[in-house]
Design a protein around this ligand. Structure first.
Ligand code: COA
Length: 327
């Protein structure tokens, strides 16, 4: 038995932050951002709106689209690195907001690879035959940890997320394989230095701006280009597929140049790759499920199509997944 994606949904806040608006805040320009990243604009939450609000919207949409009742959800997994609270999982807040009385759940922190990590986790729970329906959501409120005076990071990230329902299938479809990786030696290149148990919040951590994302962009870029391309090619090879077999490649949307490197490595055409980075920037755990929902809505996936996912993120984390589309 395998686990199949039976519904998709997304949520993007309606506030738009364009490159031109960023030009007024930091020393940057639209042309530089577009050329180096592919990003034109990103979305930001409104004041008072947090990760659980976006996740609950996604959860309710998944219920509406699938025709399921909240009681049908057995487990809720939220991939995020920007939970509402340090203690109390986002999954708990979502469980309450959507009224999923029979569900247990938890948050999973895999940074930009979080959604693929969560999908694999949810799939294994469904495949165990103990759980009939898993709600898996990838969502981040990056604006809550971004310093809008730091041009190295503020141009890259946005808020938003998406999710899926996973259910058992006995057909020849569903999640076929995953390769997931973790290398903690990368932790110094991309992180939020304070606010955890190592450096609890203090006046000093706040005045040193240690609650914002720190990134060595060049090192992260080099690692991401290599690892996302390698792991995308590796999963195709491992399963006896080539680029021609792939109907759609949905990569994590961090930088158009990183995506292009993975596409070329897998010998895919531009038409085989889903890119929406220009609209939303990097929403961390949100990018893949947002793109998946858009691709489904645009009719880019039909039953039997082979879907390739790949991501790279802080940790370092990275991975790829192959899915035989079943709905
Ligand atoms: N606007 C204008 N200039 C900028 C800038 C900005 N927002 N940010 C940096 N620059 C400047 C740099 O200061 C540097 O100037 P210098 O040569 O005078 O020192 C110049 O532009 C080139 O910087 P560099 O870091 O070499 O640019 P880059 O081509 O590596 O692009 C990133 C920078 C951040 C876009 C790129 O490194 C990147 O995408 N890294 C990975 C980020 C990522 O994906 N993170 C999430 C992982 S999931």
């Amino acid at each position: 038995m395998k686990a199949n994606i039976t519904a998709t949904a997304k949520y993007l806040p309606d506030r738009v932050l364009t490159n031109f608006e960023l030009e007024k805040i930091v020393d940057t320009d639209d042309e530089w951002i577009r050329a180096r990243t592919g990003i034109e604009e990103r979305r930001l939450v409104n004041d008072g709106e947090a990760t659980s609000h976006m996740a609950s919207h996604i959860g309710l949409k998944l219920l509406e689209k699938s025709g399921k009742s909240p009681d049908d959800i057995d487990v809720i997994i939220i991939a995020t690195c920007t939970p509402d609270l340090i203690v109390v999982s986002t999954a708990a807040l979502v469980q309450e907001k959507i009224g999923a009385q029979n569900a247990w759940g938890f948050d999973l922190m895999g940074a930009c690879t979080g959604f693929i990590y969560a999908l694999e986790t949810g799939a294994k729970l469904v495949e165990s035959n103990q759980y009939k329906c898993a709600m898996v959501i990838g969502v981040d409120t990056m604006s809550s940890i971004i310093d809008y005076t730091d041009r190295n990071t503020c141009i890259l990230f946005g808020d938003g997320g998406g999710g899926v329902l996973l259910e058992p299938t006995t057909q020849n479809d569903g999640l076929l394989d995953a390769i997931l990786q973790l290398d903690g030696s990368g932790s110094t290149y991309l992180n939020v230095p304070a606010g955890g148990s190592l450096r609890p919040t203090s006046e000093e951590t706040v005045s040193n701006k240690q609650h914002y994302v720190y990134q060595d962009g060049k090192t992260v870029f080099k690692f991401a280009v290599k690892k996302m391309a390698d792991v995308s090619a590796e999963i195709l090879d491992k399963n006896g597929f080539s680029g021609e077999d792939v109907k759609l490649f949905i990569p994590h949307q961090a930088n158009k140049r990183i995506i292009d490197a993975a596409r070329k490595r897998c010998k895919l055409s531009e038409e085989q790759v889903y890119i929406n980075i220009q609209k939303y920037g990097n929403t961390t755990a949100g990018t893949i499920p947002i793109a998946l929902d858009e691709a489904v809505n645009e009719g880019r996936l039909e039953k039997g199509d082979l879907l390739l996912l790949a991501a790279f993120g802080g940790g370092f984390t990275w991975g790829s997944m192959l899915i035989r589309w079943g709905v």
